[in-house]
Design a protein around this ligand. Structure first.
Ligand code: ADE
Length: 231
């Protein structure tokens, strides 16, 4: 999978891809992330990328031309499955969308800034708009990093144990059960007996039951949706 991220703040995206699982995925050639500094395609001497909005009002708007230039240059090199705009008014990101997008080959993620981007760019080039939640960030960069992380960890071979992405919270519409490690007792707090029993069938049953209880308690919305009847 290749992800091209278009941003006015490339520095914000240096950290997330330089560590741990994402770094290893890139080192192993399983994923490529290319961060493009929009300002390099800015207009005029000052490399302008934003301007006042027509009709007045506070806040600048990202101009169409620098973004179009960059998108067209990328599209001349390869076919993109989606050109995605990161914006709080997009479709809310979830595990289902992550699963679907993780099957794609090439994605462009455009990070919004200021008051947003000229609507004509959205209409002509953007194929999908994603929000990572109902709150407003200073820009789309952190959202693009979140989405990239969620997709890349699903690529086969990225996680050591391929089954571990499948047992993540949300993959089966259940939250994860509680987990414990050594010591078996800490300041009087004991690990549940069952986990020390060596009876893996019983342990699996216990984990499933805990996952169900947790989901019912913490995310009744997910639980009810899963158990909705069609009456
Ligand atoms: N840009 C600003 N806020 C955002 C959000 N919640 N999701 C995606 N992009 C954003």
């Amino acid at each position: 999978m290749r992800i091209d991220i278009i941003t006015v703040l490339p520095g914000l995206l240096e950290g997330p891809f330089a560590h741990s699982i994402l770094k290893r995925a890139m080192d192993n050639g399983l994923a490529e992330v290319h961060v493009h500094d929009l300002r390099e395609h800015g207009m005029g001497k000052h490399k302008q990328v934003d301007d006042y909005q027509f009709g007045g009002g506070a806040g600048m708007v990202m101009m169409i031309e620098p973004i179009e230039t960059l998108i067209l240059a990328l599209q001349a090199e390869r076919t993109y499955d989606e050109v995605i705009f990161m914006t709080p008014d997009g479709e809310v990101f979830d595990q289902g969308m992550a699963n679907m997008l993780s099957l794609k080959q090439n994605l462009i993620l455009l990070c919004g800034h200021y008051k947003g981007v000229d609507e004509r760019l959205r209409e002509k080039y953007i194929t999908k708009e994603i929000s990572i939640g109902d709150y407003v960030l200073s820009g789309g960069e952190l959202a693009a990093a979140v989405v990239s992380d969620a997709l890349i960890r699903l690529i086969p071979g990225v996680l050591n144990n391929e089954t571990s992405a499948l047992s993540d919270s949300f993959q089966d519409d259940l939250l994860s059960p509680p987990v414990y490690t050594r010591p078996a007792e800490y300041k009087g707090m004991k690990v549940p007996e069952i986990l020390l029993s060596g009876n893996f069938k019983k342990i699996d049953e216990w984990r499933h039951q805990m996952a169900e209880e947790r989901t019912k308690q913490r995310r009744p919305d997910i639980w009810n949706k899963k158990h909705e009847t069609n009456d």
